[in-house]
Design a binder for this molecule. Structure first.
Ligand code: SRM
Ligand code: SF4
Length: 564
């Protein structure tokens, strides 16, 4: 059987001269607010996408205007650490160049939306001046490396965080294109010889790495292409269990695409971590499907070739065998709100930011509140994979001042929020996401009070339940790990999925397809009633649904040959 030809995207990458394309020329073209499709694909590697405001699409079409184009820009912030000085720059960019909001993403970084073409370059340059970058925040490369955002509980936590940063640096693209296009660096003369790891065509698809420190799985480590579970014994970092092939994305109606949890293949000592990560990435570079992007993530490479074969290849390239997996235990994958004292006497305050959207709306002056905090805070900020923010490293005597700012700007909701609200995550979706089939972030504030009212009726107001909303099956809120999840099908219609665990270690299953809000609430009502009446001590909703057989049998797995 002949191998199908590489996809068009592969041609674009190969001809791009290491991600240059004609981006620089396209940015200078005053006739349109857009850039070419090919350049837009390459632009992802620089951390940006061209979007258009979908709320305005129809009206502009009627008026025979081009769509309301604007760029989304994403920073690469390893482990989600932001200094107050950086925060102030990012906040200014949000107000001066973007749509007046900062968006914390499910991968611990910031997005700016609504940047018009001529402002993209100064925005990226300002981010660079603030000692941050947007390179490889999107694209077929290793993305922002996420890590449990609490490096201060012990010295070993700090080491684990340092490894996340090292991984991020080691696996960043090396092309000079970023400097040339955005920072007015000197263009290279002749053919560039760059990218020792990635080569001319980079990876077949995006590649995600996350590092978790048990008992917290707040990065959803099994949703990563490469998940690392830090093993800490007596306060010392011993190394990492290695999980490969996690990923969430799927396509409605296509059973050859599916969410998958990472499979643990062994344990690696810290000194071998970089080599291990580079090798896993290199195997995926060489073995990943370059013809069909739908099947190009590492999870499909592994299911196609077989986990044992994949592991053997990694070990053979490394020149040593991985040690057996070490025992570990996760308690939960949410954030710990409120104040927590670190091992060194400093304090950390986790604030809940609904859908990660920092904006000033009515009493909720969250963008301004965080700006005020950044002006006085002497520690740093950490963004979480649940779209929240930690005001980290606060001296005990500063706490009252921080609390006052938090309260004055309506950021203290974490104190009173219901159990489900504290655990709700929603992806961006409309109006900016071109792939959204249904609302998500904008729907959450409508849905939550209705769910809360229902839960209250059953005396479940405090029950911590993981709720995840995504506007389409790509799964940017990691909905397949929600105890309750809505996955968009069309305007106002969702698949209702139920039964993940509270630790990010079990996927949920589709319970009802393509239903509206009334049907969602109607379906959940009797399940909440049963849960209230029959749950065991401390039993979570997802576990209850599985134990009581509400969800029925496990779905079948896809045979490897289908993925060929
Ligand atoms: Fe995502 C594509 C937003 C985390 C799986 N994601 C997109 C795009 C860029 C739409 C596009 O390609 O045109 C969305 C931009 C929307 C907008 O207007 O801002 C988008 N993804 C997001 C964010 C902002 C969601 C959020 O609400 O926070 C997250 C940004 C993360 C970051 O900072 O890097 C985000 N996306 C995720 C995650 C969660 C994670 O990584 O932990 C996933 C599931 C995990 C995974 O990758 O398997 C995810 N996004 C996808 C996919 C499906 C990939 C797949 O394998 O099928 C797409 C579509 C694609 O790549 O073709 C996608
Ligand atoms: Fe867009 Fe779908 Fe991702 Fe939501 S899940 S941000 S709708 S791509």
């Amino acid at each position: 059987m002949s191998t199908p030809p590489p996809s068009d995207f592969e041609r674009i990458k190969a001809n791009s001269r290491y991600l240059r394309g004609t981006i620089a020329e396209g940015l200078r073209d005053p006739v349109t607010g857009a850039i070419s499709d090919d350049d837009n694909k390459l632009l992802k590697f620089h951390g940006s996408y061209l979007q258009d405001d979908r709320d305005l699409r129809e009206e502009r079409r009627r008026q025979k205007l081009e769509p309301a184009y604007a760029f989304m820009l994403r920073a690469r912030l390893p482990a989600g650490v932001v200094t107050p000085a950086q925060w102030l720059v990012f906040d200014r960019l949000a107000r001066e160049y973007a749509n007046g909001t900062l968006r914390i993403t499910t991968r611990q970084t910031f997005q700016w939306h609504g940047i018009i073409k001529r402002r993209l370059k100064p925005t990226i340059a300002a981010i660079h001046e603030a000692l941050a970058t947007t390179i490889a925040a999107c694209g077929d490369v290793v993305r922002n490396v996420v890590s449990t955002p609490n490096p201060v509980e012990s010295a070993a936590h700090a080491q684990a965080y340092a490894w996340a940063t090292r991984l991020s640096e080691a696996l960043s693209p090396r092309t000079h294109a970023y400097h040339e296009i955005w920072l007015d660096g000197e263009p290279l003369v002749g053919e560039p010889k760059e990218e020792p790891l990635y080569g001319t065509t980079y990876l077949p698809r995006k590649f995600k790495i996350g590092l978790a420190i048990p008992p917290l799985n707040d990065v959803d480590v099994f949703a990563q292409d490469l998940g690392l579970v830090a093993i800490i014994e007596q306060g010392e970092l011993q190394g990492f269990n290695v999980a490969v092939g996690g990923g969430m994305g799927a396509t409605h109606g296509d059973p050859t695409t599916y969410p998958r949890l990472g499979s643990v293949i062994g344990f690696v000592a810290p000194e071998h971590l970089l080599a291990l990560a580079e090798t896993v990435v290199a195997v995926q570079r060489d073995w990943g499907n370059r013809s069909e992007r739908k099947h190009a993530r590492l999870k499909y490479t592994i299911d196609h070739r077989g986990l044992d074969v994949f592991k053997a290849e990694v070990e053979s390239r490394l020149g040593f065998a991985l040690a057996p997996e070490r025992p570990y235990r996760f308690d939960h994958n949410g954030d710990r709100y409120g104040w927590i004292e670190g091992g060194d006497g400093y304090w950390h305050l986790t604030l809940q930011i609904e859908s990660g959207r920092l904006a000033d709306v009515g009493e909720r002056r969250w963008l301004s509140g965080l700006r005020e905090l950044a002006r006085v805070h002497e520690g740093d900020f950490r963004l979480t994979c649940n779209q929240n923010v930690i005001v980290a490293n606060v001296a005990a005597e500063q706490r009252a001042r921080i609390d006052a700012i938090v309260a004055a700007h309506g950021l203290d909701g974490y104190r009173t929020h219901s159990g489900i609200r504290r655990h709700a995550v929603a992806c961006v979706a409309l109006p900016t996401c071109g792939l959204a089939m249904a609302e998500s972030e904008r729907y959450l504030p409508e849905l939550l009070p209705r769910l809360e009212a229902l839960l209250d009726q059953h005396g479940l107001g405090d029950a911590p339940i993981l709720l995840r909303l995504s506007g389409c099956p790509n799964g940017c809120s990691r909905p397949y790990l929600g105890e309750i999840a809505l996955v968009g099908r069309g305007p106002g219609r969702y698949d209702l999925r139920l039964g993940a665990d509270f630790r990010g270690q079990r996927l949920n299953r589709t319970y009802r397809e393509n239903i509206d809000e009334a049907a969602i609430l109607e379906t959940l009502d009797p399940l909440f009633a049963r849960y209230a009446a029959e749950r065991g001590q401390g039993e979570h909703f997802g576990d209850f649904l599985v134990r009581t057989g509400v969800l029925g049998a496990e779905p079948r797995r896809i045979p490897a040959e289908v993925l060929a």
